[in-house]
Design a protein around this ligand. Structure first.
Ligand code: ADP
Length: 312
């Protein structure tokens, strides 16, 4: 209750699936702006706070990194709602920039800068045993100085307990890796890396690479756009609870296929993309190894954050 008094709640900034977001000012320094995210109470969990909300707090407060949204504090209001006081990020998100092809122009150097910021955020989460589990352009918010910040940790959870089965119904469909679509219960940090790969592909194409309308269609698109998961390329995959593939098998697509679609990022860029989209999660590149990839040091160099394109 004391925490609540520190802020003056202002206009509504937006509405999400499980929260309303308001502008806020720090009472004794009104020039300092924050975003107050008021979590809608889930009726199933009237006793105490919703598990989603609790997860978001727990993980955000521990993570302190320039590319991860800062959680200033948490308070509950009279109506038992949970309020997260977050860093105010006024410049929208990457989805807005990707979609606005008429007004926003960017190139490989910009993509490299954004991918670098995203990869460092994901690396930091994984180093701290946090899975984000919902990485997508809409959850990559942009700060006033151009810094991209990973946000919306609603589904984040620690993977420090590998034997506790996790629900496989996470991650927005288009960014969901094959192991989750096949119902794997013991997944790993590799789920986030797959999503990072699809953000990379989308930044280049300026359209989602694998945009399935249903889970089944999502699997079909992965088979056609990456390759069909089989025992040969992914030992054990056929034993996953919801393993299904169509009747034709597409061999894992090679460099030529990716070059034709994503060649603008250069040879090393295509190599990095392909490593994030390896079907078998055990063979997929890790965020740590992504940071060691030669692509970052090839020309063009990543754009400096203050020179990155902004929404118009
Ligand atoms: P969603 O992920 O569905 O967009 P959120 O609840 O995270 O839902 O956010 C809803 C909206 O509130 C966002 O689309 C954005 O316009 C705004 N918003 C969220 N977080 C912030 C923030 N930290 N700073 C500024 N605006 C924000």
């Amino acid at each position: 209750e004391d925490e609540k008094r520190k802020y003056i709640k202002g206009k509504k900034l937006g509405e999400g699936t499980y929260a309303n977001v308001y502008l806020g000012q720090v009472r004794n320094d009104p020039s300092q702006l924050v975003a107050i995210k008021k979590i809608k109470i889930n009726k199933e969990y009237t006793e105490g706070m919703s598990p989603d909300a609790v997860r978001e707090i727990k993980h955000l407060q521990e993570l302190d990194h320039p590319n991860i949204i800062k959680l200033h504090t948490v308070f509950s209001s009279k109506d038992q709602n949970l309020n997260l006081v977050l860093e105010f990020l006024p410049l929208g998100d990457l989805e807005i920039l990707i979609k606005d092809t008429a007004n926003v122009h960017y190139g490989v150097a910009d993509t490299k800068a954004w991918m670098g910021m995203l990869t460092r955020a994901v690396w930091f989460c994984h180093e701290n045993f946090v899975l984000h589990r919902d990485i997508k352009p809409n959850n990559l918010l942009i700060a006033a100085d151009g810094e991209v910040k990973l946000a919306d940790f609603g589904l984040a959870r620690s993977f420090s307990d590998p034997y506790r089965p996790m629900t496989s119904n996470v991650i927005t469909r288009w960014y969901r890796p094959p192991e989750l679509l096949f119902g794997a219960r013991h997944y790993s940090a590799a789920v986030d890396v797959w999503s990072v790969g699809l953000v990379f592909a989308e930044l280049v194409m300026r359209a989602p690479y694998l945009a399935g309308n249903t889970e089944l269609e999502q699997i079909e698109l992965i088979c056609k756009g990456v390759g069909t998961p089989t025992e040969e390329n992914w030992p054990g995959v056929t034993k996953l609870p919801e393993y299904t593939i169509g009747n034709q098998i597409t061999p894992v697509l090679g460099k030529d296929h990716y070059n034709a679609l994503f060649g603008t990022v250069g040879n090393e860029g295509v190599d990095l993309l392909m490593k994030t989209l390896i079907l078998d999660p055990r063979k997929r590149i890790t965020a740590r190894d992504m940071l060691k990839h030669p692509w970052w040091h090839k020309d063009p160099k990543p754009t400096r954050k203050k020179e990155l394109p902004r929404k118009s």
